[in-house]
Design a binder for this molecule. Structure first.
Ligand code: NDP
Length: 296
């Protein structure tokens, strides 16, 4: 039997602030990979299980920050990052902030870090805690900001999840993260409506689920066509089902909702935008024109 021997001396030491659900998953992944780890959490009890496994537990955030050059922060929100790092010397640190934020706040945080003498990388985690440290589950993190920091620590950052660097603009990780999450909520809204439609019939939700999964998967490919149309500016390019035809079909969706006693409130905002684009003369186009209506 071969034994997996990990030499901690060869692994970059990591300081991690935040042991919530996500922080704890990150900590476990770095520990399992043999990285020396120092953690701090506002509520000390959350660090106890990690201390038992050899993690350094700092009494204060300042002590944890002082322990290592690579500093990963995974706290609830931007305000908690402010609170945790208030007054702490960050000169010479490599700060990787995995706390979910907006693009604007991430850019402000990058400037804030620069003013304190730290290199800065922002991250948007595309995973839930059980996926962390499980490559087969496909977890990854969008990173943006200092490319030098990213390149230097790429291997360490790749331990809990895959890494996707999206640019030197520190706001881009959050922008990509939120773009994908927003698309996800649109999908959740459609799935909720679909289940509601069959709820009072003798259609088992378990029978509808695989049909929904495969249909959404098949339709998701349309994003590539949308991108081509946005780039060419020609929204009629490669149209499969034009807007005029699709708007004509929407009354069937609304009538079915009514017949089934289901509120159409999740559908109507999108259908209203389709109608507006049609009224503006976009009948021969794809659905891409709706994107222009959203821009303020
Ligand atoms: P949790 O709610 O589980 O943990 C929140 C963490 O923030 C805890 O460590 C908490 O400390 C700490 N905290 C909250 N307020 C403060 C404060 N004022 N000062 C210091 N520490 C504070 O959240 P998660 O771990 O799940 O999430 C962490 C980040 O990861 C968030 O930004 C989240 O959006 C992001 N993320 C989470 C995902 C998930 O599925 N969980 C998925 C993708 C991203 P204490 O223990 O003392 O309360």
């Amino acid at each position: 039997m071969t034994q997996n021997i990990v030499d901690p001396a060869s692994k970059t030491p990591v300081t991690l602030l935040g042991l919530g659900a996500m922080g704890t998953a990150l900590a476990r992944a770095w520990l399992a990979a043999g990285h020396p780890l120092t953690v701090w959490n506002r509520t000390p009890a959350r660090a106890e299980p990690l201390a038992a496994r050899g993690t350094g537990v700092a009494a204060t955030a300042a002590e944890a920050v002082a322990a290592n050059r690579l500093l990963v922060v995974c706290l609830l929100d931007d305000a908690s990052v402010d609170e945790a790092l208030d007054g702490i010397d960050l000169a010479g640190k490599d700060l990787v902030n995995l706390t979910t934020s907006t693009p604007g706040r991430a850019r402000a945080r990058a400037e804030w870090a620069r003013d304190r003498g730290a290199r800065y990388l922002d991250g948007g985690i595309m995973a839930v805690p059980p996926m962390i440290g499980t490559p087969a589950a496909g977890p990854y993190v969008f990173y943006s900001g200092s490319r030098e920091l990213f390149e230097e620590h790429r291997d360490t950052l790749a331990v809990p999840a895959g890494t996707t660097y999206v640019g030197a603009d520190a706001g881009f990780a959050a922008l990509h993260d939120v773009a994908l999450l927003s698309a996800m909520y649109g999908m959740f809204a459609g799935v909720a409506h679909a289940f509601a439609l069959v709820r009072k019939e003798s259609v088992a939700p378990a029978d509808l689920a695989p049909l929904l999964t495969s249909w959404i998967g098949a339709m998701a490919g349309s994003a590539a066509r949308t991108a081509e149309q946005l780039e060419s500016g020609d929204y009629t390019q490669g149209v499969v089902s034009n807007l005029a035809m699709q708007v004509a079909g929407t009354s069937t969706l609304l009538r079915t909702a009514e017949e089934q006693g289901v509120s159409a409130e999740l559908l109507t905002p999108y259908l209203a935008l389709m109608e507006r684009r049609l009224a503006e003369g976009g009948g021969a186009e794809d659905l891409t024109g709706v994107i222009d209506l959203l821009r303020r």
